[in-house]
Design a protein around this ligand. Structure first.
Ligand code: G3P
Length: 229
């Protein structure tokens, strides 16, 4: 299972890289707007920072012709750009053209199993079901994820499922149980998955006990553990 971050915050991305937990990045117009940085600057920085891993950048046109034109511009920005298209008739019409040009696509704003199946059938590189937004509205987003994995395996789709809109560590683990290829999440969720007060407390216990160990002060000096020292 690959972990992507759903953010345009440079510091968050750098931290996830430092932890070895970054295999890609997803954004959307709302995430980009939060940076208050001109699009070319932030998009360029994101692609450079995340390279060689994929960075999803979303078109903002509503018609297929406009999406295609914007996707071509986005794809020239960097080798690792993946173009996000809305999963609707115009988005699929754009996908149908872009896939012939070798432009990788992420069909987004998916709220039903049927949308994801159609997007995969149409040749999307990735599909992004919005699990959290479905669950927020009382729908079974996690059940949808399980159904998608069953269908995608049955038909051997090469499209990868990016479980998106993840609200908390529990939802992240539920998505893992469902077997999603990729999970994209806000940095805050990733951090909550890692941090645990019991780890901190019991580490303190270990280190307090270490203080009683004879020779503790030289134990980790270079060469101190060499044979015959
Ligand atoms: O990538 C899609 C994602 O950004 C939507 O998540 O948290 O806005 O529901 P959220």
């Amino acid at each position: 299972m690959k972990i992507f971050l759903d953010t345009a915050n440079i510091d968050e991305i750098k931290t996830a890289k430092k932890w070895g937990l970054l295999s890609g990045l997803t954004t959307n117009p709302s995430i980009i707007a939060k940076t208050n940085i001109d699009f070319k600057s932030i998009a360029t920085e994101l692609c450079e920072l995340v390279s060689p891993f994929p960075v999803s950048l979303e078109v903002v046109a509503r018609d297929a012709e406009g999406m295609i034109a914007q996707a071509r511009v986005l794809s020239k920005l960097s080798h690792n750009v993946v173009v996000k298209l809305p999963t609707n008739p115009e988005g699929l019409a754009a996908l149908n053209v872009l896939k012939e040009e070798g432009i990788e696509t992420n069909l987004t704003l998916i709220f039903s199993t049927s949308q994801a199946v159609l997007a995969a059938s149409a040749g999307a590189t990735y599909v992004s079901p919005f699990i959290g937004r479905l669950e927020d509205r009382g729908y079974d987003g996690l059940g949808m994820t399980r159904d998608l994995m069953t269908i995608f395996e049955k038909y051997k789709f090469t499209t990868e499922i990016i479980a998106a809109s993840i609200r908390d560590p529990h939802q992240a683990i539920d998505v893992c149980k469902a077997g999603a290829h990729i999970i994209t999440m806000p940095f805050a969720v990733l951090e909550k998955m890692l941090l645990n007060t019991m780890t901190d407390t019991d580490l303190d216990r270990f280190l307090n006990d270490w203080e009683k160990v004879p020779g503790k002060d030289v134990a980790f000096i270079e060469g101190s553990l060499d044979a015959g020292v």
